[in-house]
Design a protein around this ligand. Structure first.
Ligand SMILES: Nc1c(NC[C@H](O)[C@H](O)[C@H](O)CO)[nH]c(=O)[nH]c1=O
Ligand SMILES: CC(=O)[C@@H](O)COP(=O)(O)O
Length: 163
């Protein structure tokens, strides 16, 4: 379902586990900082709302979305007791094909890190045609992708620790 047909912050339709036992890292890209800052605020607020302890949330900023993969890999190597890693970024189409390469690299890279470590690595990256689409999904009319990423991290951490 396209984002414009749902709200990224509405989870009234689902059950969300208690996150009090989980250790979760958040990696946030500094490119498009106004938007990624809103994603981060949403993710942090949502983790705390659902019981994750503040001292169990580890945050780091990286220059751009391309660096999210490396940061997730480094986090999981250095802190193997992490239950999930949330990757937040905003890639906005420019005049060249750079957009395509970054989006593909980040999506595939994040996927591969999660598989390698058997840990949830959450793709909280906006990939938009313009800034307005990003604003609409970072606390605007379509909700906040950061909220969605945090809920996904809690649900997947619960799955991975109880299966
Ligand atoms: N144009 C965007 C970028 N570009 C920077 C790359 O992510 C990377 O930092 C650089 O290529 C050096 O490795 N990053 C975003 O997150 N969003 C963009 O719109
Ligand atoms: C996603 C990007 O790297 C892009 O915003 C950079 O803009 P351009 O393609 O015009 O160099």
């Amino acid at each position: 379902m396209a984002s414009h047909l749902k709200n990224l912050s509405d989870f009234s339709h689902t059950t969300i586990p208690n996150g009090s036992a989980f250790k979760i890292a958040i990696v946030v890209a500094e490119w498009n900082a106004k938007i990624t800052g809103a994603l981060y605020d949403g993710a942090l607020k949502t983790l705390l709302k659902h019981g994750v302890q503040e001292n169990n949330i580890y945050s780091v900023a990286v220059p751009g979305s391309f660096e999210l993969t490396a940061a997730a890999e480094i986090f999981l190597n250095r802190q193997p007791d992490l239950d999930a890693v949330i990757c937040l970024g905003c890639v906005i189409q420019g005049d060249t094909k750079h957009f395509d390469f970054i989006c593909d690299a980040v999506a595939n890279g994040i996927t591969n890190v999660g598989i390698k470590h058997s840990k949830p690595v959450i793709f909280g990256v906006l990939t938009t045609n313009d800034e307005q689409q990003a604003l609409d999904r970072a606390g605007g009319k379509h909700g906040n992708k950061g909220d969605e990423a945090a809920i996904t991290a809690i649900k997947m951490a619960d799955f991975a620790t109880t299966i």
